[in-house]
Write a protein that binds this ligand. Sequence first.
Ligand code: URA
Length: 336
Amino acid sequence: MSAGREREPRQSRQRSVASGRGGDGTGGTRGAGRDSGSTSSRAGAPRQAARANTRRATGTPPPGSPPPRKAPPRKATGRATPAQPAVDVHDPDGVRLQKLLAAAGIGSRRTCEALIADGRVEVDGQVVSELGVRIDPTRQTVRVDGERVVLDENRVYLAFNKPLGVVSTMSDERGRPSIADYLGNRGPGGAARLFHVGRLDADTEGLLLLTNDGELANRLAHPAYGVSKTYLAQVPGPVPRDLGRRLRAGIELDDGPVTVDSFRLVDSAPGRALVEVVLHEGRKHVVRRLLAAVGHPVYTLARTDVGPIRLGDLKPGKTRRLTREEIAALYAAAGL
Ligand code: URA
C-alpha cells in the first residue's frame, strides 16, 4: 500500500493554521521563534507592543521563553481550538492529510475530510480544520480525536509469541534459534529493521513486541514510563494467602527492591499453582528471582500482556500486526 506523494506547485494558501513566519523578524521556524531584539529602549516601546500583538496573533513566544514543548497526549475537544499556539504544519512537498488518513484506514477520503473539517484532526499538536493541508507522514505527528495515528507506511508494529528455547535477539552467535528465524522477510534482511521491546528469557514464552519505531520501543522498554507487563507463572503450591500483599509491599532482591502492581492466584492443583503477576520492571530474570525469593521458584513462565497489548490466541512462533487502535493505545501508554 502506498500513499504516494502528490506534488503541487508551491502556492500560498489560506490556512486555519498561522504560518509562524510573522513580520516581527522572529524567524518563524516551527514554533521555535526567538526574538533577539533589544527590549530596553523606551523608543522601542511601540514596536515592542506591535511585536507583542504579532506574537499573540501568530502564537510566537516572547523573547527568553523556553522552547515550546511537545503537546501532551490528550483527547480531542471535537472542535478547533483557535487559542492554541500556531504552528506551520503545512509542508508543500508533503501529501494531503485526508489522503494519508484514508490510506491509514481511518475511513473513506470523504469521511476523513469531514473529520478534518470538524476539527478532530491535529498535526504536531495543532488542530487543522482546513482541507488541502499537506504533511510529511515520516516527520509529523497526527492525532484523530486525540489518539495518535501513524501515517508512515514504513512503520511496522508486530506482536510475536516467542516460543520456548528462542533467544530474544535478532541473531545468535551460538546458533540458537532467534527472533529473526520467525520473521521471514520482516527480519533484519527485510524492509524493516525491527527492534524487540525488552527481552524474554529463552525459557520464557509469550508476548514480545517488535517495531522499527525506535522512540516508542525505547519508551515501552524503559521502567520510568511505567508500562506494565503481565506474566503467568507455574510455581510450587499452595501459595499463602498473604503472598500478594507481600509482593505489593516490595521484596528486596540483590539488585534492589521490586514491587508488583498486582498478584492473583489463577488456578491451583495439588502441589502446584498458576499465578498472575503484573509489574513494570524490566530487570533480568525479575519474575523468576522475585518468586524464588518468596519461596515459589518458577516452573514455567509466560508473558501475556505488554501495556494495552494482549497475546490473545496468537500461537507460539507466530506474529501479527498490531491494529491501529492497539498502536494508538501503546503511544498513549508510553506518553507519546
Ligand atoms: N522475568 C523473568 O524472570 N523472565 C523473563 O523472561 C521476563 C521477566
